[in-house]
Design a protein around this ligand. Structure first.
Ligand code: ATP
Length: 269
């Protein structure tokens, strides 16, 4: 449905692309998510934070249908995947792209072939057309054409993240899920990657759900931040709203030593 791909920002305030309601997910008798509610709005970059082990990856994987839930509902592009036919589920899957924390490129494939993996799974295109499309995706993430022929082992950490992002963009998704995209990058590499995400969001009208520990990303690119704690959303809002919170974890997260140096750096810009 072409009409669904709006200009960047349009309706960003009002229309949830994904709605999570009363979500409960656990392993054995341990509940990780316990009554979680969250909306991801069209066109926003939503940063998702929380203590280590609080369930950020579990939420992402549950939304993607990779981890089963015990109860609650998840509506993705208006579709409840629990009730969707196989064809409808695949149609929804084609509209999201995922960059997992470990980057996870296939070492036996060239960069170009890695970017083509989702195309081969979901599209029926000639090899020539797929080559052209994959080159276009590499260009979109700021990589030169000659990178296409390289093997992942020849790339720097920052380039691997970019290739993984190009693969996440392979099917022209409406939303990308990024699990700690700047982890392992040096501060300049992380800043460059943040700028790339911001540019792509603006030019493509992408919605971005980004699990992150990176305060720089939260300050510089996220429209909104949601914080996870005790299996629920502790608080969601703009960076300014998060900074005002009285919650002890949020206070130490945003007002601790590390946060102060980040805020000072932002103020100097
Ligand atoms: N498949 C699984 N089986 C059992 N327990 C699991 C499984 N997946 C996750 N968990 C547990 O769920 C909890 C939340 O894990 P999760 O990886 O979502 O945390 P996180 O917030 O993403 O942490 P981090 O910031 O360290 O990446 C952890 O205690 C983890 O051990």
């Amino acid at each position: 449905m072409a009409a669904e791909r709006d200009e960047p920002g349009r309706n960003a305030e009002r229309e949830p692309l994904i709605s999570v309601r009363d979500l409960v997910v656990g392993f054995g008798d341990r509940l990780v998510l316990n009554g979680l509610n969250l909306d991801i709005m069209r066109g926003e970059i939503l940063g998702f934070i929380g203590p280590s082990g609080s369930g950020k990856s579990v939420l992402t994987r549950t939304v993607l249908g990779l981890t089963p839930k015990q109860s609650g509902s998840i509506t993705t592009f208006g579709v409840d995947l629990d009730e969707a036919s196989r064809a409808d589920r695949r149609a929804v899957e084609r509209r999201w792209g995922v960059l997992f924390q470990q980057g996870a490129l296939f070492s036996s494939l060239s960069v170009l072939q890695n970017v083509q993996v989702p195309m081969r799974e979901y599209l029926k295109l000639s090899d020539g057309l797929m080559d052209e499309l994959a080159m276009l995706k590499l260009e979109m993430v700021g990589l030169k054409p000659d990178v296409g022929e390289k093997s992942p082992s020849e790339l720097s950490g920052g380039m691997i993240k970019r290739v993984a992002l190009a693969r996440a963009l392979a099917l022209d998704p409406d939303i990308v899920f990024l699990d700690e995209p700047t982890s392992g990058l040096d501060p300049i590499g992380a800043q460059d990657f943040d700028e790339l995400i911001s540019t792509l969001q603006k030019t493509l009208g992408l919605t971005v759900f980004m699990v992150t520990h990176d305060l720089g990303s939260l300050y510089s690119v996220c429209d909104r931040i949601a914080a996870l704690g005790d299996g629920k959303i502790l608080k969601a809002g703009t960076i300014d709203e998060m900074l005002e919170s009285d919650d002890p974890w949020l206070k130490s997260y945003f007002h601790g030593k590390r946060a102060h140096s980040m805020a000072d750096a932002e103020a100097r810009h």
